[in-house]
Design a protein around this ligand. Structure first.
Ligand code: AMP
Length: 427
């Protein structure tokens, strides 16, 4: 706590450094090349997958033309009921893999009492909400399929009423609330046919969340399809994942191939006291649709948000200290492009999909390499271009950066004085 307080003080002390008027324009030139190219979209079509006509129609409405690599590799196995452990690059459409393959399989008998058919667990409330929106989008022409979402921070009674009066076929939720509903005998999972964990290594890494997941798992029937998804699955998590599955189809991407090719990645070495000045210089100089700035604590997120707003930048913050309603409202606001700069913590580091984000700035470096990959994956979604800039302050940060480069075989280079806008903005 004391350490965090010092950091906030430091941030606040630094307010005087922010003088937007005297920030020089340092905009682009045409010299920097786009690094790598995007090659994830395959030539096979969704039609070849023989999905239900209702799903095909919704896929058409969503404007998806071709399945991505992970969709092409995983949907054919997942849609026939195989257990799956799937590692897929950030932003390459893994949500659609489990959404389409579950909707393909669900059969709703309107004469029978509705039971939860599919349960999707994920670690963050915003992610749960986002997944529920994907289910809603793809079940558009399947009117009998009901989608529900539950997470903490919303009155328990609300969820109790929803499940009792209008039980969903597909339930998406965070482990704490799902377990609470089970323990209070509101939620019964005896009819469950599909159990899914998104960002599964996050669900399994922290001991308390893992325990909740295990307890939920115990409340489900033995005969069901289990699917686990994440962009990174550590060797330890992989062993754990297998314990949930029976002869799972495993789809793994070599760590070295997890790099996002449309994404340009740079670092800046600087002192803590110079971070704010550098950040505002960058925000002034770069062209962006939306930017996400990651910091290491909620307190720093708040402090930095205040500083940026004072300097007239259109910023906002989302972190775990906010009330649930406020968190979701802010998330929607950002998704709807009503703010262009989001300052946040690792809470929003995974899974969160906002189409217009084209720049990620690590104001504070992550503690480890996997989380770096998740964070920068917020830019350059579905193979579009993007830019990631990481502030490196001290040996610990340098060590993580080195790990990132070795593990993912990516070259993170020093930030050049000028970056051409074409190299990180979609045409
Ligand atoms: P995800 O990795 O699941 O978070 O998906 C990243 C983004 O890619 C989302 O906005 C999806 O709607 C989009 N997406 C997923 N699959 C496709 C596809 N086959 N074609 C175009 N966009 C897609």
């Amino acid at each position: 706590m004391a350490a965090e307080d010092t950091e906030i003080d430091q941030l606040e002390d630094l307010e005087e450094y922010v003088e937007p008027e005297d920030v020089e324009e340092e905009v682009n030139n045409e010299e920097t090349e786009v690094q790598g190219s995007y090659a994830g979209v395959q030539s096979c079509s969704f039609r070849d997958m023989l999905l239900k006509p209702e799903l095909q129609r919704a896929i058409g409405d969503a404007g998806f033309e071709h399945p991505s690599e992970v969709q092409q590799n995983a949907i054919p196995f997942a849609m026939v009921g195989n257990d799956m452990i799937v590692q897929a690059k950030s932003g390459m459409g893994k949500t659609a893999v489990f959404v389409m393959s579950t909707l393909q399989q669900i059969e709703v008998d309107t004469e029978e009492e509705t039971k939860v058919d599919t349960l999707v667990l994920c670690h963050a409330r915003e992610l749960a909400y986002q997944i529920s929106k994907e289910y809603t989008r793809f079940s558009k022409y399947l009117p009998n399929v009901k989608i529900g979402v539950v997470y903490g921070g919303v009155p328990f009674q609300e969820h109790k009423t929803m499940i009792k009066d209008d039980c969903p076929n597909v339930l998406i939720g965070t482990p704490g609330r799902v377990l609470h509903l089970i323990n209070e005998k509101v939620l019964k999972l005896d009819g469950l046919k599909r159990f899914i964990m998104d960002e599964c290594d996050d669900l399994l890494n922290a001991l308390d969340m893992r325990r909740q997941v295990q307890q939920i798992f115990k409340a489900t029937p033995p005969d069901k399809q289990v699917m686990l998804y994440s962009a990174t699955i550590s060797p330890e998590a992989r062993i754990l994942c297998k314990k949930f599955c029976r002869e799972a189809e495993e789809i793994f991407v070599d760590d070295k191939k997890l790099t996002l090719h449309g994404l340009q990645q740079h670092f800046v070495k600087l002192e803590e006291k110079d971070k704010i000045r550098k950040l505002t210089d960058l925000l002034d100089a770069l062209d962006f649709n939306q930017v996400v700035i990651f910091v290491k604590t909620k307190q720093r997120a708040n402090a930095l948000d205040k500083i940026l707003q004072k300097a007239m930048f259109p910023s906002m913050t989302i972190h775990a200290n906010l009330k649930q309603k406020e968190r979701l409202e802010r998330y929607k606001k950002f998704k709807e492009y009503k703010a262009r700069i989001l300052i946040t913590t690792d809470l929003m580091g995974r899974g969160v999909d906002v189409e217009r984000i084209n720049i990620v700035i690590n104001f504070d470096m992550t503690n480890e390499s996997d989380q770096y990959l998740h964070r920068v994956g917020r830019a350059g979604r579905f193979g579009t271009k993007g830019l990631a800039i990481t502030f490196i302050n001290g040996e610990d940060d340098e060590k993580v950066l080195e790990d990132v480069q070795n593990r993912f075989k990516v070259k993170v280079t020093e930030l050049p004085d000028e970056i051409s806008k074409e190299s990180y903005m979609a045409n």
